[in-house]
Write a protein that binds this ligand. Structure first.
Ligand code: ATP
Ligand code: MG
Length: 752
């Protein structure tokens, strides 16, 4: 259990202390209409985690009340996911459908209490009669039916005498309730459909609001934990259990924030669309945010559990950066998996002055990993290196092989380039090289200086492997539809070559291919004859740099990196870095990812410290330092950058004081980096001051509302997601200068 208690555990503890419950019973109640995703992992961790922490029990319950969408294959996927994450639901998996008879009896009881009635309005009329947020609803004339008539009609609905939609059963609550959900909610609807468990036994199915609270009650659940969108349903939950006068103890509902992750979609409905449309290769496609997808990609359960623990439990919805999940898997594998050599895009190298064969003893793990094991790396005259580890006309700061710069073969010798062989089109097809016999790794007496070590594979002993490189499924942070799919989310390399031990000894399922990333032997397609590896994650967050890469020369290693043997590898933090990391996370409340970046980079952390001495705003400042400042330092030495920590502090202060938005801050930074001008001067000259005055913002909003009557109507009908649309339009119109907080409030007010 994490040391600081979340609000749900606080509630549970209070309930146990006051004697409200003898035992904590939670449940995880998915609808089996798709594979579970990482959001479900969060819910699983919360429900099973709380039960475990307080010696209670968590039921796995399939909420199978919608026969047309559900299937046993999804039940199996849900069970797999819970099991894989290491949780135990005990002897039975529960199904809401097991309670159909009991739920039906409760419906009869409600009718007899004159608290429910059969309504025969059409779906459309029901919607119309419900009213709006500002206007109360109108009760259906059918609400006056006698108890006998209602009992008779319900029974005949059950017996299949009516068509779908002809009647519904509704609770008789309050058609003018402020909470619209309480305006006589539907309890049962007619569905002549085959159910995957109850077959054709039923032609009426209970609605979520009716089935859920009763299933919780029947199972003796104490804490019914769900996501925030059910907040308004809580009144129905309580009304039903109270009205039915059920014996105590009864369950209570508590809500927490849903997990959202950027660069993907999450709802099962949208994921199903990707599967059905063959945009991905099934539910377990390694690009999917499903638990089966992560599992097949090579994520460990530890990394997922850790992630869920890190993001915590809150009551405010938020978007988590997928980089945080990637950090968790890297962090886990860094200490666990063997490191080997694989070449994805081979370039032939012939070592002119080497004859014969040898085997180089190479450890699988670095010194700071408490694991042993090594293999033999065959070495001979002909080897392959990565194509982009050689450059004929390198830019400044390129540390690998060039016509004039030697390089070390990882674990092996230093080589230098003697000749570049090209084909008729001028493409490099081979390097003729020379090796230095005295330079062998670990026994180097050659005195030759190199700045980097590269991976290589002996041509004679090389094994061919298929490597599947996965990238983010969507190219946009907040994808809106299929048009946002990332066309490069899967790249298959058929003929990568790898050192033989990986295939022959297979000491693990997961490997670090040095300087490339972490890889996993595909659990389905891998065979000894045709090995297949999935890329789990790169060694560092490459996405952050991507936009820059397109304009900059192909690969520029960061000039300050002086760790000779370890270019591209992630090492454990040293003592000093660890101390910084702890200070950042514990004292300054920075998140792990940001803290990790800062702690590992001396220039950055010093810069951060200097700026922090000027302005006490650790979080905003850290964000600018690890993003903007770090990006700049990748291209320019720290002594040559045009801005100072004091100027960055000034920039942060303007953001904190809401003089400018954080979006505009990025724009200002670009100018600071180019010209070394004070941020306040840039803001003044370019007129970038944030607009917070409602008098200026108001007419802009009115204009946008007037231009989008359809969306206004949809919003008022309950599609609250459209709030973001309106806010976005205002920000766009003002070139990002409108204060988002003010805009949000004003838009909400005007759309009410
Ligand atoms: P989806 O929209 O993806 O189908 P759902 O909420 O309909 O999700 P259910 O199968 O009904 O999915 O959910 C089972 C449990 O998982 C519920 O308690 C639900 O609140 C929780 N859950 C679903 N999505 C998330 C999420 N993104 N973050 C946290 N919990 C979630
Ligand atoms: Mg759903």
């Amino acid at each position: 259990m994490s040391e600081s208690k979340d609000f749900l555990r606080t509630i549970v503890e209070e309930d146990l202390k006051s004697g409200k419950y003898k035992e904590v019973i939670t449940r995880f109640p998915p609808e089996p209409n798709g594979f579970p995703h990482i959001g479900h992992a969060k819910s699983i961790c919360i429900n099973f985690g709380i039960a475990k922490d307080y010696n209670g029990h968590c039921n796995l319950r399939m909420d199978d009340t919608n026969p047309t969408k559900e299937d046993t294959k999804y039940v199996e996927a849900l069970k797999d996911a819970v099991q894989w994450l290491g949780f135990d639901w005990g002897k039975n998996v529960y199904f809401t459908s097991d309670y159909f008879s009991k739920i039906y009896d409760y419906a009869i009881k409600l009718i007899k209490m004159n608290k429910a009635y059969v309504d025969s309005l059409t779906e459309e009329e029901i919607r119309e009669y419900r009213g709006t947020i500002t206007q109360g609803g109108k009760r259906s004339i059918y609400a006056n039916r006698s108890i006998e008539e209602n009992l008779d009609l319900l029974e005949r609905m059950k017996n299949g005498e009516f068509k779908d939609g002809e009647h519904v059963l509704r609770a008789k609550i309050d058609m003018s309730a402020a909470n619209m959900k309480m305006r006589d909610p539907l309890l049962y609807r007619i569905r002549h459909a085959h159910h995957f468990r109850t077959a054709d036994d039923w032609c009426i199915y209970p609605m979520y609001d009716f089935a859920h609270c009763l299933s919780d009650y029947i199972e003796g659940v104490s804490h019914s934990i769900c996501t925030l969108e059910f907040e308004n349903n809580r009144d129905i939950y309580d009304w039903l259990l109270d009205t039915l006068e059920l014996k105590l103890p009864r369950p209570y509902q508590h809500e927490f924030a849903r997990l959202g992750i950027n660069y993907t979609v999450m709802s099962k409905r949208k994921l199903l669309e990707l599967v059905d449309g063959k945009y991905v290769n099934g539910w377990d496609d390694p690009r999917m945010p499903t638990i089966a997808g992560y599992k097949r990609r090579g994520y460990t359960k530890e990394s997922i559990l850790n992630f869920c623990d890190q993001i915590g439990i809150a009551k405010a919805n938020s978007m988590v950066d997928v980089a945080q999940l990637e950090f968790c898997i890297r962090d886990d594998l860094n200490q666990k998996v063997p490191r080997v050599l694989c070449v994805l895009d081979p370039l032939k190298v012939t070592i002119e002055n080497y004859e014969g064969n040898e085997e180089i003893d190479a450890p699988y793990y670095p010194h700071d990993v408490p694991k042993d094991g090594s293999r033999k790396l065959p070495f001979s005259k002909n080897i392959y290196i990565e194509r982009d580890d050689f450059m004929e006309n390198p830019p400044k700061g390129y540390f690998r092989l060039t016509p004039t710069q030697p390089v070390r073969l990882r674990h092996g010798y230093i080589i230098s380039c003697k000749e570049v062989v090209k084909d008729a089109n001028g493409n490099i097809i081979e390097i003729i090289a020379q090796y230095y016999p005295e330079s062998k790794s670990g026994a180097d007496t050659s005195g030759i200086k190199v700045s980097s070590a590269i991976q290589w594979v002996c041509a004679k002993e090389a094994k061919t492997v298929e490597v599947r490189l996965y990238d983010r499924l969507f190219k946009n942070e907040a994808p809106e539809g299929l048009e946002d799919l990332n066309p490069d989310s899967l790249k298959i390399i058929k003929n990568a070559i790898i050192e033989p031990a990986v295939i022959i000894d297979r000491i693990d399922e997961r490997f670090q291919f040095e300087r490339q990333g972490y890889f996993y032997a595909d659990p389905i397609d891998y065979t000894n004859e045709k090995p297949v590896f999935n890329k789990i994650v790169g060694l560092k967050d490459s996405w952050a740099k991507k936009t820059k890469k397109e304009t900059a020369p192909k690969i520029i290693d960061k000039p300050q990196v002086q760790k000779v043997q370890v270019v591209g590898e992630i090492e454990a933090l040293n003592e000093e870095q660890q101390a910084l990391f702890d200070k950042y996370t514990k004292k300054l409340q920075l998140n792990n990812e940001v803290s990790n970046i800062l702690a590992r980079d001396k220039d950055l952390s010093n810069f951060y410290k200097d700026a922090l001495a000027v302005i006490n705003s650790p979080v905003t400042l850290a964000n600018i330092v690890v993003n903007e400042v770090a990006r700049e330092l990748k291209q320019t030495e720290i002594s040559k950058v045009k801005f100072t920590p004091i100027q960055i502090a000034e920039l942060v202060k303007m953001v904190d004081d809401e003089v400018i938005s954080s979006k505009i801050a990025k724009e200002v930074f670009e100018d600071m980096a180019k010209a070394g001008i004070n941020p306040s001067k840039i803001v003044e000259d370019k007129g970038l001051v944030q607009i917070s005055d409602p008098i200026i913002i108001s007419p802009i909003i009115d204009d946008i509302i007037a231009k989008n009557p359809d969306n206004v109507e949809k919003f008022r009908a309950g599609n609250t997601k459209l709030l973001g649309f309106f806010v976005g339009q205002v920000l766009k119109t003002t070139g990002g200068k409108a204060n988002p907080t003010v805009v949000n409030e004003l838009v909400a007010l005007k759309l009410k």
